[in-house]
Design a protein around this ligand. Structure first.
Ligand code: NAP
Ligand code: 8YV
Length: 322
């Protein structure tokens, strides 16, 4: 009987990924993506990997027979893609299956930020409605606003569709204008921020997006301005954001992602005009299961048919061409 293909799984991953792979692959688990946890002899037999989180160059280098890394999540910034591409190793992610969930969460976070629903519920639960009367009217509303989307990709477009239903005017910034959309395009983030009063960030973590939402961009958003970030915390200068929220330079912010998760800056935690979520935009059972299935299906497709289902653009390899 032929030996099963060996798949490395560093750290934790949704159990459903392992359940899907167990019968067909030999799964090797290590506590974290650290090459010192895997003897050279064992490392030599690893042909694939499934990971949720980090998979660095040192681990890739330690695995001479590695062909494919299936990453859980559409953002694959935890994987050293340049190191993988240099060796002809395919990297896959989980696009599309989470678009609607993440877009739904974005709208929920926007409403929580603008209309202060978490605070209103706390008011009720604390008995203040009975004792003190109605929850104060919210100074902010979605009515009459213009939303700017920083990153009009798969998820950005799903967010825009929802915002249209709310009757909002929509604009966007990406590096290149997107064909087939009628929203107003701004060639720079600063110009977009100056033209809207809601800025929604849904860009990947790359060298080009680091702290691009800085004091200048936030100032351009203006005193009624609302920032929503569902992309990566990496994109926001959090110290500048805390300053502008404290000083009323912008009105409010809603954040699902942070620079150094799970650490959230005290300066943000202490502010009343910020709504915070612990990176839950895709975190429903149905959507996380769909993501888990796509991780597993990418490994099956690679080893059974020679090509992954959703390789990232930097690694367009097949088993034949690698
Ligand atoms: P996508 O389809 O690749 O879209 C990315 C968008 O960002 C594209 O419109 C792209 O347009 C734009 N972009 C990239 N670099 C840019 C830059 N330097 N300046 C301006 N625009 C830039 O990706 P997606 O599937 O929508 O996902 C986007 C990101 O959301 C993921 O990478 C992930 O980090 C994050 N995410 C977060 C959660 C969560 O749980 N909070 C869940 C899912 C995804 P151009 O290439 O034309 O610039
Ligand atoms: C996940 C995400 O929370 O897909 C992404 O890029 O940020 C989220 O959907 C994460 O990748 C896995 O926990």
């Amino acid at each position: 009987m032929a030996a099963k293909t060996r798949i490395l799984v560093p750290g934790t991953i949704r159990e459903r990924v392992l359940d899907r792979l167990r019968d067909d692959f030999d799964i090797v688990r290590i506590e974290r993506a650290d090459p010192s946890l895997l003897a050279r002899s064992e490392a030599a037999s690893i042909a694939g990997a499934a990971v949720s989180g980090s998979f660095g160059a040192a681990l890739i280098e330690h695995l001479p027979a590695l062909e494919v890394i299936a990453s859980f999540g559409v953002g694959y910034d935890g994987v050293d893609v340049a190191a993988a591409a240099a060796r002809g190793i395919a990297v896959t992610n989980t696009p599309d299956v989470l678009n609607d969930e993440v877009a739904d969460t974005t709208i929920g976070l926007l409403l929580n930020t603008v209309r202060r629903f978490p605070q209103a519920e706390a008011w009720l639960r604390e008995g203040r409605w009975k004792r003190e009367g109605a929850f104060p009217l919210t100074p902010l509303s979605l009515r009459g606003r213009r939303a700017g989307i920083y990153g009009l990709g798969r998820i950005g477009q799903a967010i825009a569709e929802r915002l249209k239903g709310f009757g909002l005017d929509i604009a966007y910034h990406t590096r290149r204008p997107r064909e087939g959309v009628s929203y107003a395009y701004y060639p720079s983030l600063l110009e977009l921020a100056g033209a809207v009063d809601i800025l929604i960030a849904i860009v990947p973590k790359t060298a080009d997006t680091h702290k691009t939402i800085d004091a200048d961009v936030l100032r351009a958003l203006g005193p009624d301005g609302v920032l929503i970030n569902v992309g990566r915390g990496w994109t926001v200068d959090e110290a500048a954001l805390a300053d502008v929220l404290r000083d009323g330079v912008i009105a409010a912010a809603g954040l699902d992602v942070f620079y150094d998760e799970p650490n959230v800056p005290e300066a943000l935690l202490g502010l009343p005009n910020v709504s915070l979520l612990p990176h839950v935009a895709s975190a429903s059972v149905v959507t996380r299961n769909a993501m888990a299935d796509l991780v597993a299906d990418n490994l099956f497709a690679w080893f059974d048919r020679g090509a992954a289902l959703t390789p990232v653009p930097e690694t367009p390899f097949t088993r034949k061409t690698r």
